[in-house]
Design a protein around this ligand. Structure first.
Ligand SMILES: *Cc1c(COP(=O)(O)O)cnc(C)c1O
Length: 367
């Protein structure tokens, strides 16, 4: 009898093997150009990724977290401001708010899509609220139309955390065009990932784009002229060259993710709660997350059977020690608390094999 397949949570080798020559050529192109920061590859990638999203501007930065930080600054968020963020997200969404001196206000998520609940946002707005940062969680856009209406009504900014949502759609528009600015991460495991850290701010707003250009480059407007307190946060040329090659595969890869998700949807129906896709949304399955009241038993069974799983996220942002003194942590976040106990992320990556998917499904269904 052969040993059952071992299934890693994520494996980038399949994705890279198919394009290894292209990746090496891209890196050699940069070595040959001898331009390593802010050069032609970065500019070309910015043009290409903006076009992919259907937006006017893309400005490459050092990471997704920096994209959030610089977008908040460009939107004028600072000391004594409040910013609405979902409690159910990667902590970086909230950290970026804190970095600019503002206070994250944690709001609960929708019970089915797990994205920021517009009905709860309204109740959390105060005269100090300066921006809303919905997260397109697991690859699915938040319900942007009511959020945009609230933001417009109050004259506040709407900033997408699109770190998990390259290519995700909402009412025929792509993530990146659904607010004042959108923040992408190119961390290696994201749907579009570099060979290291990287990020970008995508926007249709000329002024925001110009501000980000300064903020990522020491506040420089021309050589030796620094007009704002800028930072050093650039997407380097090697990463940009690699991302240009990978961008040509993004649609194919997202389709492969959707096919794997469709297999799980069918194979797991009735055993666990499979993901719900909201109306008018295209989910690109950065993560495939199921829900079960017996999550810990399920996770143990999968581990035992050689299948790696993860939890996104076991400790909600408002429960993190870093936020222990925040006054808002007592707000009603019951859904987030339950999700932290019941969600489990299953292996899903480009190149996951049919037998690996079968193996995962078999173990999830076992009792
Ligand atoms: C990955 C991620 C970030 C941070 O991106 P980095 O590039 O790792 O800094 C922010 N928000 C969400 C939702 C993420 O998944």
């Amino acid at each position: 009898m052969s040993a059952p397949a071992v299934v890693p949570f994520v494996d980038l080798r399949g994705q890279h093997a198919a394009m290894e020559g292209q990746l090496r050529d891209a890196i050699e192109r940069v070595i040959g150009s001898s331009q390593f920061v802010l050069g032609p590859e970065g500019e070309a990638f910015e043009t290409e990724f903006a076009a992919y999203c259907g937006a006017r501007h893309c400005v490459g930065v050092g990471s997704g977290s920096d994209a959030l930080r610089l977008a908040l600054l460009a939107c004028g968020v600072g000391e004594s401001d409040e910013v609405i963020v979902p409690a159910h997200t990667f902590v970086s969404t909230a950290l970026a708010v804190s970095w600019v001196g503002a206070t994250p206000v944690f709001v609960d998520v929708e019970p089915t899509t797990y994205t920021l609940d517009p009905a709860r946002v309204e109740a959390a707005l105060t005269p100090r609220t300066r921006a809303i940062v919905p997260v397109h969680l697991y690859g699915q856009c938040a319900d942007m139309t009511p959020l945009a209406a609230l933001a417009q009504d109050r004259g506040i900014r709407l900033i997408e955390d699109a770190a998990q949502a390259h290519g995700a759609e909402y009412r025929d528009a792509r993530a990146g065009t659904l607010g004042d600015a959108a923040c992408f991460s190119f961390y290696p495991t994201k749907n579009l990932g570099a060979l290291g850290d990287g990020g970008a701010v995508v926007t249709n707003d000329d002024e925001i784009a110009e501000l980000i250009h300064g903020l990522r480059d020491y506040g420089r407007v021309e050589k030796y002229r620094h007009t704002t307190l800028g930072y050093n946060s650039r997407l380097d040329e090697v990463q940009a060259a690699v991302l240009r090659e990978k961008l040509t595969y993004l649609d194919t890869w997202n389709e492969a993710r959707e096919r794997a998700a469709a297999f799980y949807d069918e194979a797991l129906a009735g055993s666990v709660a499979t993901p719900t896709v909201g109306a008018d949304r295209r989910h690109v399955y950065h993560l495939y997350v199921v829900r079960s009241p017996a999550r810990d038993l399920l996770a143990a069974r999968l581990t035992e059977g050689g299948v790696a799983t993860q939890i996104h996220y076991p400790v909600p942002a408002h429960r993190q020690p870093v936020y222990r003194s925040l006054p808002h942590r007592a707000l009603g976040l019951a859904r987030t608390e339950t999700l932290a106990r019941e969600l489990l992320s299953l292996p899903l990556f480009v190149g996951i094999s049919a037998s690996q998917l079968e193996r995962v499904a078999e173990l999830v269904r076992a009792r």
